[in-house]
Design a protein around this ligand. Structure first.
Ligand code: ADP
Ligand code: MG
Length: 406
């Protein structure tokens, strides 16, 4: 049986007209002899009537205490509504469909409410539907614990649902439908000259997603990679080819030696809402332990970490600013924070050690009058921390410097 998972994001199911487009894509897949499993996100974006944040606000405006368990129940509702409405749209076109919650789809998670990990999938329910020729329309972003508690999967959760179901049902492909033509060389909202990348490696898209390109969630990419299922990113609104994500055999290629070779840098990603923290103390075991233990205890994840003998520098997500200031105050650390930073990242493969890559980045940023606050590199990325006010200029400058608009 040729199974294709087709995931449609929030904007793709926002209006009746769009939902009809979605349904006709699903029906066309069915007509071609394949078996679609549809995964949907909640209808609309922030502020919309049935958007998840609207539902959550209704609950938390009444009581804002500790109730992660109950919140997960209401957070799962948006996708459930979406699944019923899309399933009905498909039925109205004369095809058999059925709305399925994450719980019914057999998606078993741990009990980390709000950001649960999928432990396993019992695929029997969905297989039965497919065997009967019925198109399942699964509510994304949710699962259930072994003791029956409803959980949600955190940001990008519907992408994860799609990849997880693709793996559990040995799908031929996982298709992620969204509001752009595919994975692009940069966020098209920031770089008007961004181009669609026809084919990209799991590792490269993983790095892009992890560094802020929200077109597909890194967890979903990791699942697809682990089960070696091709993923496609396509536009709901048109028939363009989109991007295929596969395993490319870079290892069989010769090591790159110079910048002159094509495609050293494949894309530029960026992430806002970052702060840079510097803590000043001369290296000693006790202070190091206090700092690291507190960051761990309060679940602050840190990035761009540079430890020097006289200071420790790292970045945090702005959502953790208060926590970090509290830790500093309580432990009487001398510290400084630069708020409103952004991270811009150039993504390629085997770029470490190629002469000139960092040189080009420094040149492009400094010619645009942008100061680099900090930098880091890996085999596949070079990142620079800059002030948030410069981010659009920076992404565009790097995009042009590496000829990505050509
Ligand atoms: P959905 O609701 O379909 O899940 P998302 O908003 O999560 O959609 O992701 C699609 C958005 O990702 C696009 O509208 C685009 O602005 C953004 N994006 C960021 N970086 C990229 C990139 N490199 N390629 C394509 N889209 C990107
Ligand atoms: Mg998304």
């Amino acid at each position: 049986m040729d199974i294709i998972v087709q995931k449609f994001g929030g904007t793709s199911v926002a209006t009746e007209e769009l939902r009809k487009k979605v349904a006709s894509k699903v029906v066309a897949t069915k007509e071609s002899g394949k078996n679609p499993i549809v995964v949907v996100s909640a209808i609309g974006r922030r502020g919309d009537k049935y958007a998840t944040d609207t539902l959550v606000n209704m609950a938390t405006s009444v009581y804002d205490g500790d109730n992660a368990r109950d919140l997960d129940i209401i957070m799962s509702v948006g996708e459930i509504i979406s699944s019923v409405i899309l399933s009905n749209t498909i039925k109205a076109m004369g095809y058999e469909a059925q709305a399925v919650t994450g719980f019914q789809a057999g998606i078993i998670t741990d009990n980390h409410f709000g950001d649960a990990d999928v432990l396993k999938v019992d695929n029997k329910y969905l297989m039965d539907l497919l065997n009967k020729g019925i198109i399942p329309v699964v509510a994304g972003f949710q699962g259930v614990t072994e003791t029956g508690e409803i959980t949600t999967l955190g940001r990008g959760g519907s992408d994860t649902t799609a990849a997880i179901l693709g793996e559990a049902l040995q799908a031929k492909c996982v298709e992620i439908y969204t509001d752009v033509d595919g994975v692009m060389t940069a966020d098209p909202r920031v770089v008007t000259k961004a181009r669609v990348i026809d084919e990209i490696d799991y590792e490269e898209i993983y790095q892009m997603a992890d560094e802020g390109a929200k077109v597909v969630h890194p967890r979903a990419v990791a699942v697809a990679k682990r089960s070696n299922i091709p993923m496609k990113v396509k536009n709901t609104l048109n028939e363009s080819k989109g991007t295929i994500i596969i395993q490319k055999n870079h290892y069989l290629r010769k090591f790159r030696k110079s910048l002159e070779e094509d495609n050293v840098i494949r894309a530029i990603a960026h992430k806002n809402n970052i702060s840079q923290v510097s803590v000043y103390f001369n290296d000693n075991m006790e202070d190091n332990d206090i700092l690291m233990n507190n960051l761990t205890k309060f679940q602050v994840s840190i990035d761009l970490i540079n430890f020097f003998t006289d200071k420790k520098v790292f970045t945090i997500d702005n959502k953790d600013l208060d926590k970090v200031k509290n830790i500093m105050g309580k432990n009487k650390f001398e510290y400084s924070i630069i708020e409103n930073c952004s991270k811009v990242t150039a993504i390629g493969h085997k770029i470490r050690g190629i002469p000139g890559v960092m040189g080009k980045i420094v040149k492009a940023l400094s010619h645009s009058g942008i100061k680099i606050l900090q930098s880091s590199d890996s085999h596949t990325t070079i990142s620079c921390l800059i002030k948030e006010e410069h981010i659009e200029k920076a992404v565009n400058a790097l995009h042009a410097e590496f000829n990505l608009d050509k």
